[in-house]
Design a protein around this ligand. Structure first.
Ligand code: C2E
Ligand code: MG
Ligand code: MG
Ligand code: MG
Length: 291
């Protein structure tokens, strides 16, 4: 549609806003109902040790099994959930379900590996986050070291607050990782001062590792820096064998991505964790020196 004059432009714009606002209200209402009706579920994406090829962790990723739309990915409802505050009860459900499921798998004799849970800014700003996490660990019986919480760089902007909050969380024994590392507000100050266990290199840097020398340089630098700071480092969005080679040659610790496995529902995850006892999950190559 061609905008013919300023007025037309304005009308079109305000119409869009109404539509967006209405859509938000609808989705908020639907999410409240959905939480009550237990329409949310967790998928799990395995994380692989690059040296051994073994599964050493998994990330819990929320999905909405919508009665009409089917499986809805988080990108389509997490922003609205954050804006409306529904993310708080929803995020609590995610934490509880991830801990419960991990404990159940451990009880069934599957490998004891940590589960990572994404925290939203709203949850992170909640006064009693540590209390809630501690309660959930108590109720589910999961040992704190099997829970990792993923935060993003933007949540560390208020270093005072973040440092207080992360200290409380790490005091009870859970690990903290920085998700989408390199895409947000980055400060070496927080890396030096906050109790962080690992960095997750954002997949936007991993994607073009072989086409863009700048991306290759950034990934290599993040790995080296993480190790010099005694942090673990995992690459996100690994899709090809070449990327695996690059990461291994630079001694990246772990990888997560479609090359290993896409996120799986709980049944398929369970099957994979069972298999894991019998075979190496990721092809293992001889480690080549960096450079
Ligand atoms: P994230 O935490 O960075 O999660 C990784 C995303 O990358 C997932 O998308 C995953 O499916 C996708 N991914 C994994 N491997 C590959 C790959 O090889 N290639 C590509 N192109 N993508 C890959 P998903 O599940 O759609 O989640 C998107 C985002 O939604 C997450 O990004 C996270 O920020 C948010 N999210 C998911 N679950 C939760 C949750 O329970 N709470 C909160 N607050 N946010 C969540
Ligand atoms: Mg994440
Ligand atoms: Mg990420
Ligand atoms: Mg992301």
């Amino acid at each position: 549609r061609v905008k013919e004059n300023g007025k037309d432009d304005y009308m079109l714009h305000s119409g869009d806003m109404d539509h967006v606002a209405l859509h938000k209200l609808t989705i908020q209402h639907e999410m409240r109902k959905a939480l009550h009706n237990k329409e949310f579920l967790l998928y799990y994406q395995p994380q692989y040790d690059l040296a051994s090829g073994q599964i050493v962790g998994m990330e819990a990723l929320i999905r909405w099994n919508h009665p009409e739309k089917g499986l809805v990915p988080p990108g389509e409802f997490i922003p609205a959930a954050e804006e409306s505050g529904i993310i708080v009860p929803l995020g609590e459900w995610v934490l509880e379900e991830a801990c419960r499921q991990n404990k159940e798998w451990q009880e069934e004799g599957m490998a004891r590996i940590p589960v990572s849970v994404n925290l939203s800014m709203r949850q992170f700003s909640e006064r009693n986050l540590t209390g809630k996490v501690a309660d959930i660990l108590n109720q589910t019986g999961l040992e704190p070291r099997y829970l990792e919480l993923e935060i993003t760089e933007s949540m560390t902007m208020d270093v005072e607050r973040a440092s207080q909050c992360l200290k409380e969380l790490t005091d009870i024994g859970v690990n903290i990782s920085i998700d989408d590392f390199g895409t947000g507000y980055s400060s070496f100050h927080y890396l030096k001062n906050l109790p962080i266990a690992r960095l997750k290199i954002d997949r936007s840097f991993v994607r073009d590792i072989h086409q863009d020398p700048n991306d290759a340089a950034i990934v290599a630098a993040i790995i080296a820096m993480a190790h010099n700071l005694q942090l673990q480092v995992i690459a996100e969005g690994v899709e090809t064998e070449d990327q695996v080679h690059f990461l291994r040659s630079h001694r990246c610790d772990e990888m997560q991505g479609y090359f290993g496995s896409p996120p799986l529902d709980s049944e398929k995850t369970q099957r994979l964790l069972r298999e894991k006892h019998n075979r190496t999950a990721l092809p293992v190559y001889p480690i080549r020196a960096a450079g």
